[in-house]
Design a binder for this molecule. Structure first.
Ligand code: HEM
Length: 182
């Protein structure tokens, strides 16, 4: 484990207060009151009720022009105005993972327009993608978003439109955890 690995700890304390936990599909996770996020290396045993671990990594699908567009408009995490957050852990089906990279990219972008759609919501929504498929976790990704309360409607619109895409036919477990800075 390296410094790009983080623990998302659901329990009775943390920087984020849980507003809601919804099961979009698949098995639910236990309800908790707070979420704490700690670098895995500095977490000396705080496991809470549950802990989800993920690491940041290089891009898999974004092409050069998309990466440049993202870098040009994206905002950082931790903005004081971004008092709302969402943690959306996602697992994809075996049929997704048995496809070749170019087949997945086709579904992800050419058919589902994931990046093209997402870009319209930047810089209002700050985002970070954590991977966890290969480290024995119950999800493949932990997706994290921060935004101002006035951008909540926009965020709901984005999540709804992504869930209607072909890419989401390959999602077999998804939780939607909404938070407010505590
Ligand atoms: C805020 C606007 C968003 C933008 C700009 C965006 C952009 C991206 C990009 C560029 C990637 C590919 C990274 C790579 O090349 O490896 C990605 C992956 C991903 N995003 Fe988003 N996204 C956004 C919102 C969302 C939302 C709201 C969700 C969940 C509801 C989500 C879930 C995911 C997942 C699960 C992946 C990993 C897909 C895979 O590797 O199979 N994204 N996103």
């Amino acid at each position: 484990m390296t410094t790009n690995t983080f623990d998302f700890i659901g329990g009775d304390k943390g920087q984020w207060k849980v507003i809601s936990i919804n099961t979009v599909c698949g098995l639910p996770i236990e309800t908790v009151q707070y979420l704490d996020i700690l670098p895995h290396l500095t977490n000396t045993g705080n496991k809470g009720v549950w802990t989800l671990t993920g690491f940041t990594s290089n891009v898999r699908y974004a092409e050069k022009d998309e990466r440049e567009k993202l870098i040009a408009v994206q905002s950082d995490l931790g903005r004081p105005l971004a008092t709302y957050a969402a943690l959306i852990p996602i697992r994809k089906t075996e049929s997704w993972w048995t496809m070749a990279q170019d087949e997945r990219r086709k579904i992800f972008e050419a058919k589902s327009h994931h990046t093209e759609t997402g870009l319209k919501y930047l810089p209002a929504i700050a985002r970070r993608l954590y991977h966890c498929r290969d480290i024995g976790q119950p999800f493949d990704f932990l997706t994290w978003f921060e935004y101002a309360p006035e951008d909540s409607v926009k965020f709901e619109e984005l999540v709804k439109s992504l869930r209607e895409t072909e890419e989401w036919k390959y999602v077999d477990r998804e939780m939607d955890i909404r938070l407010i800075k505590s």
